[in-house]
Design a binder for this molecule. Structure first.
Ligand code: NAD
Ligand code: IPM
Ligand code: K
Ligand code: MN
Length: 357
């Protein structure tokens, strides 16, 4: 029997609705495998602004740093949209990623056989897809200085900057991941236009010398966006910078049927952060229809990468598969013949399935 302390950040919009389902599933994992999970609830984003006036406090950072992993919902929404950038909910999320040093964001896109028809793409294009986007998460244009508006507001600017160390460490991690998969790495950049991308490419090539067993190719980001829908099966591991990874992973999510399916792990720092790639979905918040699977798959990543509990992680993944096989679907992934369920029902089914796989 082991005891773990998890920080839990429900957040805004659908965040609390789906994080609750994740905890429901984790409690069944605890029973099945005889673990104890202690939870420390924290606020980041809009909920933190409402309580403390800022999207992230030092106390929240310290609490998270004292735990074994961070299970994170989503932040943001129209209520806080007009705040200055450094006070927006999103700044809280960027702040916690940076504070943890979570420089690598792993976003796997795997197509469940049962959901092939839920995708907007043709069956033959997506059947059997298994790719992962490795997104650099604490550098690039998101964090580069200088940034801001000119005083007269006639100009605004951001800076895309990468250091040798930042590119090298994410490249190494991507090669390591590729080595354990199908040994194919695609580095995505815009080296035909941006110096920072040429720099990225040169370093990736340098790192590749230590990985002769991994096949490396380079792709411009505009072409990569096109190739992802034309022939996504050509990809195994994609490594790319912060903003390109943000965009390409939302695109990749639609291969799987819904953005409500795609989980992520932000690793490489002191404490891992595990969250779905989607946001707070203000358009469906409070309706109880959000798909909790991306959040629950993020829990599987927390168990695997955050706590090194491989069996437990696999059990959660298998439970999700089983419920999908049984034909249960939230509205975002439902086709006509499916058994339609809401958020809480989907959570209940997966929690029960933990004991059936
Ligand atoms: P979004 O990902 O919140 O929603 C995009 C669309 O996908 C919406 O139509 C939404 O209903 C749908 N969707 C998302 N998750 C779903 C789920 N689990 N089940 C069913 N449908 C789902 O992106 P957006 O609308 O561009 O952004 C809304 C807010 O979320 C913004 O404030 C944005 O900054 C924030 N955001 C936060 C994160 C994060 O916390 N990591 C990520 C992305 C966006
Ligand atoms: C994501 C989100 C965030 C990002 C925003 C909300 C800061 O889109 O997690 O993908 O751009 O990284
Ligand atoms: K999220
Ligand atoms: Mn995003």
């Amino acid at each position: 029997m082991s005891k773990f302390v998890i920080s839990v950040m429900e957040g805004d919009g659908i965040g609390p609705e789906i994080v609750k389902e994740g905890i429901k599933v984790l409690e069944e994992v605890a029973k099945k495998f005889n673990h104890t999970f202690e939870y420390k609830y924290v606020d980041v984003g809009g909920c933190s602004i409402d309580k403390f006036g800022v999207p992230l406090t030092q106390e929240t950072i310290d609490t998270i740093l004292s735990t074994d992993a961070l299970f994170f919902g989503s932040v943001g929404g129209p209520k806080w949209e007009n705040l200055p950038h450094h006070l927006k909910p999103e700044a809280g999320l960027l702040g916690i990623r940076k504070a943890l040093g979570a420089f690598a964001n792993l976003r796997p896109a795997k197509v469940f056989n049962e959901l092939v028809d839920a995708s907007t793409l043709k069956r033959e294009v997506i059947e059997g897809i298994d790719l992962i986007v490795v997104r650099e998460l604490t550098g690039g244009i998101y964090f580069g200085e200088p940034r801001g508006f000119s005083q007269d507001r006639k100009k605004a600017f951001n800076t895309m900057v990468y250091t040798d160390e930042e590119v090298r460490r994410i490249a190494k991690l991507a090669f390591e991941i590729a080595r354990q998969r199908r040994k194919k790495l695609t580095s995505v950049d815009k080296a035909n236009v941006l110096e920072v991308s040429q720099f990225w490419r040169d370093i990736v090539i340098d790192v590749s010398k230590d990985y002769p067993d991994v096949e490396l190719n380079h792709m411009y980001v505009d072409n990569a966006a096109m190739q992802l829908v034309r022939n996504p099966k050509q990809f195994d591991v994609i490594v790319t910078g912060n903003i390109f990874g943000d965009i390409l992973s939302d695109e990749a999510s639609m291969l799987t049927g819904s953005i409500g399916m795609l989980a992520s792990a932000s690793v490489g720092g002191k404490v891992g952060l595990f969250e779905p790639i989607h946001g707070s979905a203000p358009d469906i918040a409070g309706l109880g229809i959000a798909n909790p699977i991306a959040q629950i798959e993020s829990l599987a990543m927390l168990l695997k990468y955050g706590l090194k509990l491989d069996k437990e992680a696999k059990c959660v993944e298998d439970a999700v598969s089983l419920v999908l096989k049984m034909g249960y679907r939230t509205p975002d992934i439902a086709t006509n013949s499916d058994k339609k369920v809401n958020t809480a029902q989907m959570g209940d089914l997966i929690a029960k399935a933990i004991h059936e796989v």
